[in-house]
Ligand binder design. Structure first.
Ligand code: ADP
Length: 326
């Protein structure tokens, strides 16, 4: 029998579509298993300030289809300090919360890991980020929806790109991970993707132009992951203006619209499965693990692995993109 009677749930860092579906599943599964649930608002900030409300099953009604997070999210510098984490722990003790479920990206899970170790406190994480950059899970909550949003945007930009014979650089999110750029390019039939994983290995721009971009086409679309190394779409476009002035270049930065919208069926289903699995994990006395899905199966991934290891991108896809772009 687990000793956990009351769980707290929070969303932190960047919001992602499907977080609400996860909140719903965690809440209902916990109640189903006889636990009390407390919703913590604004991530770790709400843990420090005590912005907490008991959640009944109706608190999570009618949210599965909504983007964003009903629990709100925040970045909280205080939680990075031992004093801030002590405050957070005091709140948990005061509220009678025995375990935490945190939903967020790399930063959120890093904070969770430090906190769990410091106070020997049970924490289970769910991977909630559109970037898909957490190791140990095939996909993260929000990634599929963001990918579909990108595809729809690129389809629209293509209409104008092909009307004007232009070279479009479209910047997508993923500072250190090219999943959205590469798969977004494949899904939208873009000519190329410029991704962070190989930006130090080769000059992707000159490679792309030398390969023969434009030989047979009048317009081209290239997806560029935001990146400090390449300078993102603006950085790449500036280089083209200097080095290949024959191109008529345009830049679109998709920005925050990539985070919004109603979650896809896949994200809702995955978030629901992961939310239920988070409670199963706590019942099995698991702690300091992220719930992942590998080959359709739920897995428990130690925080240390999920955070530290770089999730590899499938490089075969670069070749697939190249072959299909001629
Ligand atoms: P994401 O979870 O989307 O990667 P952030 O990187 O902004 O987003 O992290 C979210 C929050 O997690 C931070 O605002 C902070 O409260 C907490 N966090 C991140 N890194 C650490 C850390 N090294 N120590 C403690 N808390 C952290």
């Amino acid at each position: 029998m687990s000793t956990i009677k009351c769980i707290g749930i929070l969303t932190s860092g960047g919001d992602a579509p499907g977080m609400n579906a996860a909140i719903r599943a965690v809440t209902r599964s916990a109640i189903y298993n006889g636990m009390t649930v407390k919703g913590i608002y604004r991530g770790y900030k709400g843990l420090i300030t005590g912005e907490i409300e008991e959640f009944k099953t109706q608190n999570v009604s009618n949210i599965i289809q909504r983007g964003g997070t009903i629990l709100k999210t925040a970045r909280c510098m205080e939680f990075k300090t031992p004093e801030g984490r002590q405050e957070a722990h005091n709140t948990l003790v005061r509220e009678g919360i025995d375990a935490l479920v945190t939903i967020g990206g790399d930063g959120t899970l890093t904070g969770a890991r430090i906190f769990a170790q410091e106070f020997n406190y049970p924490v289970v994480g769910l991977p909630g980020t559109i970037d898909n950059d957490l190791f140990g899970t095939d996909v993260t909550i929000g990634y599929d929806t963001a990918l579909n949003t990108i595809m729809e945007c690129v389809d629209k930009i293509r209409d104008t790109a092909s009307s004007h014979d232009r070279l479009f650089f479209i910047e997508v999110m993923g500072r250190d991970a090219g999943f959205l750029a590469l798969n977004g390019a494949l899904a939208s039939g873009a000519e190329a993707a410029i991704i962070p994983e190989i930006s130090l290995e080769k000059d992707q721009l000159s490679d792309m132009i030398e390969f023969g971009l434009r030989k047979s086409k009048n317009s081209s679309i290239v997806l560029v992951a935001e990146s400090e190394v390449t300078g993102g779409a603006i950085g790449v476009a500036e280089r083209v203006k200097k080095e290949y002035p024959e191109f008529d270049v345009r830049v679109t930065i998709l920005g925050h619209l990539q985070r919004g919208g109603s979650p896809s069926a896949q994200d809702r289903i995955m978030a629901t499965r992961m939310g239920v699995a988070a409670i199963d994990a706590l019942l099995e006395d698991q702690r300091n693990v992220m719930i992942g899905i590998q080959n359709e199966q739920i897995v428990y991934v130690p925080f240390s692995k999920a955070i530290k290891n770089d999730k590899p991108i499938n490089r075969d896809l670069l070749n697939t993109l190249r072959i299909t772009s001629i």
